[in-house]
Write a protein that binds this ligand. Structure first.
Ligand code: ADP
Ligand code: MG
Length: 708
């Protein structure tokens, strides 16, 4: 019984509690100098109202900022949960050992001079990490700001920045202290409370993944804001984020993605996927909400902090002015939301409650003279309306209405938390009267925005999270009809030959082993065998020059299509022989497959992540259209289908203007088989299937390159 109790208690204590919920804090390197980190941190802890004991450590000073100081941590009478380390980097390894001996569980190393400073710094980092492992000390940083926990029971401001957030439900994690600080400040400016903050600099031990996982388990955190510049261990992060994103929204941002994305599609699969596109894909795969704009991310956080999530995409709009509703509608619709007509029931109620000049459709225009009771009735109707999932309000503070009363009514309905509400609140904030109205809205937890588009975007994000949570990508299919042994043999052979690129024969055999459909093919070592090959494949055929040094064959005249008889084949062989005098020249004879749509499939290996898969419009247009989609392997059937539907010209796949559509199922299967192949053989670095010829009833690969 007792053991059971202990076990239960243990489970609720998290390893990182000493970092995020420190019971006592030492500042190693505490300073009496006002403008030093070792002073500011103590000042911040006191100013924020930290509830535990603070132990300044300084060999010379009897006190720092009026608090008793100790020469060393060993002189501190009580236990220390967490220590800030603000001493020159060369002393840090020894200090970590001391911390271990004192039983300190976590340290925040604010000092710089480690991995960011080249080899010497790296050696110091390795040295203190080894000590930390030895003594079981968790390290936050180095070269970092620290953490903040706004819990009123704790009030830990273990950081040297200058924003003192009100307690709330948004937790922030940012590798970069600069970005973290301004996100925290803008969250503060928006009047959104903050729960926890973490900026971990070099992140040598406690990683972004650890922090996200911790926030995931923290009941006080309703939503997470994440800023990163990439992941040192993307696989680990994906595992964590996948779980946490199901529980609570993760609003994430990574700078510089779009440019890379564009660059990514510019070349073939080899160089197409910069590290940055991988980060975006990680966000998508794990169900995080991605932002390109930090302001939008913070604004959206306001809605996540206060609102429930919609259960569908149907929005009811209430407005007391026309134009902004039009702007909002545009934005809402572009995010996949709808503005459906109201039921007869709803309209009948509104007919009796609204002013005669009001419009009782969706949007419900209560008109500028509409007051609190009109807003209230419209809100009640939408909250009861089965065909409505969320409410968008345009509220302009018309001078001839009791705007406070309108605000009170909105707040009352908002407090019921039946359906999400966002408000585009249009007013003059320099007037006291309207500041009062704004305060009622804010205190009542109504997310207010200054522009219709911003409010609509926030609602769009709430809806997106609903989609993310209800999206189930399923498991990757494992085809059992493949021949893994054969594939392995081919790859071993290629490695033995010291090849980077597989020969055509190896390529087609490898794809064949995984039952990726190919246009019937033969390789002829000599021109004399070509005739036999052509007869076997059957006319019309395609002849391709095959040599390791030939990359874009058709550019050099190395591809001749639609050879209808033996004469044409032999003439083509003669020509090619004269044109290409490579020693290793062979001939690929292939079934000619006319009239297909040319698609591209591809693979690119990413350090620490596995493979990225690509699909798009292929053939000679690939560079021009750059219309491709990526996913991280393993790719499930749902994801493969999403790849087809997410390219810009996805409608082409269905056929346009009387053209036949392609057999999407075959392409989806090729992508899945490709995914299985590269997951089985991580040594595959790059792959281009270009083109995959897609027809009404099937799809076949006619050209491929594989790099190992
Ligand atoms: P490369 O990419 O090296 O130039 P490909 O083998 O991809 O050579 O051939 C170039 C183009 O020739 C293809 O994009 C396609 O239009 C056409 N082509 C190649 N093989 C076939 C085939 N078996 N059937 C029909 N068209 C083909
Ligand atoms: Mg090609």
């Amino acid at each position: 019984m007792k053991a059971e109790l202990i076990a239960k208690e243990k489970k609720t204590i998290h390893e990182l509690d000493s970092l995020f919920k420190p019971k006592s804090i030492a500042i190693i390197g505490a300073s009496t100098k006002d403008l030093s980190i070792g002073n500011v941190i103590i000042k911040n802890l006191v100013h924020y109202g930290y509830k535990g004991p603070i132990y300044p450590i300084n060999p010379k000073e009897p006190e720092v900022r009026g608090i008793k100081a100790y020469p060393t941590i060993f002189d501190v009478p009580g236990e220390i949960d967490l220590a800030h380390i603000i001493i020159p980097s060369k002393f840090v390894p020894q200090m970590i050992e001391d911390c271990g001996k004192k039983g300190i569980k976590s340290v925040i190393i604010n000092s710089a001079g480690f991995s960011e400073m080249g080899e010497e710094g790296m050696a110091l980092q390795t040295a203190f990490l080894q000590k930390a492992k030895q003594y079981g000390v968790r390290v936050f940083g180095p070269n970092c700001q620290g953490i903040i926990n706004s819990d009123p029971e704790l009030k830990a401001y273990c950081d040297f920045t200058f924003t003192f957030p009100e307690p709330g439900s948004i937790s922030i994690v940012a590798l970069s202290g600069g970005v973290g600080a301004f996100i925290m400040q803008s969250v503060f400016d928006l009047g959104i409370g903050m729960r926890m903050y973490a900026s971990n600099g070099n992140a040598c031990d406690v990683s972004i993944s650890d922090v996200v996982s911790y926030y995931g388990e923290d009941d006080g955190t309703k939503a997470i804001i994440l800023y990163t510049e990439g992941f040192s261990n993307p696989k680990e992060f994906m595992d964590v984020a996948k779980v946490v994103a199901r529980k609570k929204p993760i609003l994430a941002m990574k700078a510089g993605r779009t440019e890379e994305g564009a660059k990514a599609a510019a070349s073939h699969t080899g160089s197409l996927a910069g590290v940055d596109i991988a980060t975006e894909l990680i966000f998508e795969k794990t169900g995080m909400l991605t932002f390109n704009n930090e302001e939008e991310m913070c604004q959206t956080a306001m809605a996540f902090a206060t609102q429930p999530y919609p259960k569908g995409n149907r929005v009811g709009i209430i407005t007391n002015t026309g134009g902004p509703a039009v702007i909002a509608t545009d934005e809402l619709v572009s995010k996949g939301l709808q503005i459906p007509a109201l039921s007869e029931r709803a309209k009948n109620i509104l007919k009796t409650t609204m002013l005669p000049e009001a419009s009782i459709n969706n949007p419900i225009d209560v008109v500028a003279t509409g007051g609190g009771k009109h807003f209230r009735s419209a809100l009640d109707v939408l909250m009861d309306e089965e065909g409505i999932d969320a409410v968008y309000i345009n509220f302009v503070t018309a001078p001839f209405t009791d705007t406070d009363e309108v605000a009170r009514q909105i707040v009352e309905v908002n407090k019921m938390k039946k359906k999400p509400i966002v408000c585009n609140f249009m007013t003059n904030m320099s007037m006291e009267r309207y500041q009062q109205t704004a305060k009622i809205m804010k205190d009542g937890g109504v997310p207010c925005y200054a522009f219709p588009t911003t409010a609509a975007k926030a609602l769009g994000a709430l809806y997106k999270y609903h989609l993310v949570r209800s999206r189930n990508i399923g498991e990757a299919k494992l085809f059992s009809d493949i021949n893994k042994k054969q594939a392995e043999t081919i790859l071993i052979e290629a490695k033995k030959e010291g090849k980077t690129f597989l020969s055509s024969k190896q390529v087609f055999n490898l794809l064949g082993a995984y039952k990726i459909p190919l246009a019937d093919w033969r390789i002829s070592d000599s021109p004399y065998d070509v005739a036999k090959a052509a007869r076997e494949v059957g006319f019309p055929v395609v002849l391709k020059a095959d040599s390791e040094s030939l990359v874009h064959k058709s550019d050099m005249g190395g591809v001749v299509v639609n050879l209808k008889n033996m004469d044409e084949v032999l003439t083509a062989v003669e020509k090619m022989k004269n044109k290409f005098d490579m020693k290793d020249l062979k001939f690929l004879v292939q079934k000619f497959l006319p009239g297909g749509r040319e698609l591209i499939g591809g693979v690119s290996a990413k350090q620490g992540l596995g493979h990225l898969l690509m699909f798009g419009i292929g053939g000679i247009y690939v560079e021009v259209l750059k219309d491709v989609a990526f996913k991280i392997a393993p790719v499930t059937e749902v994801e493969a289908k999403e790849m087809l539907s997410s390219i810009k010209t996805s409608k082409l796949l269905d056929g346009v203007r009387g053209e036949k559509g392609i057999h999407k199922e075959s392409v989806v299967e090729i992508i899945q088989r490709l995914s299985q192949l590269v997951c089985d053989f991580p040594e595959i670095r790059e792959m281009d299937l270009n083109p995959i010829m897609a027809f009404e009833n099937n799809a076949m690969v006619v050209d491929a390159r594989i790099k190992i």
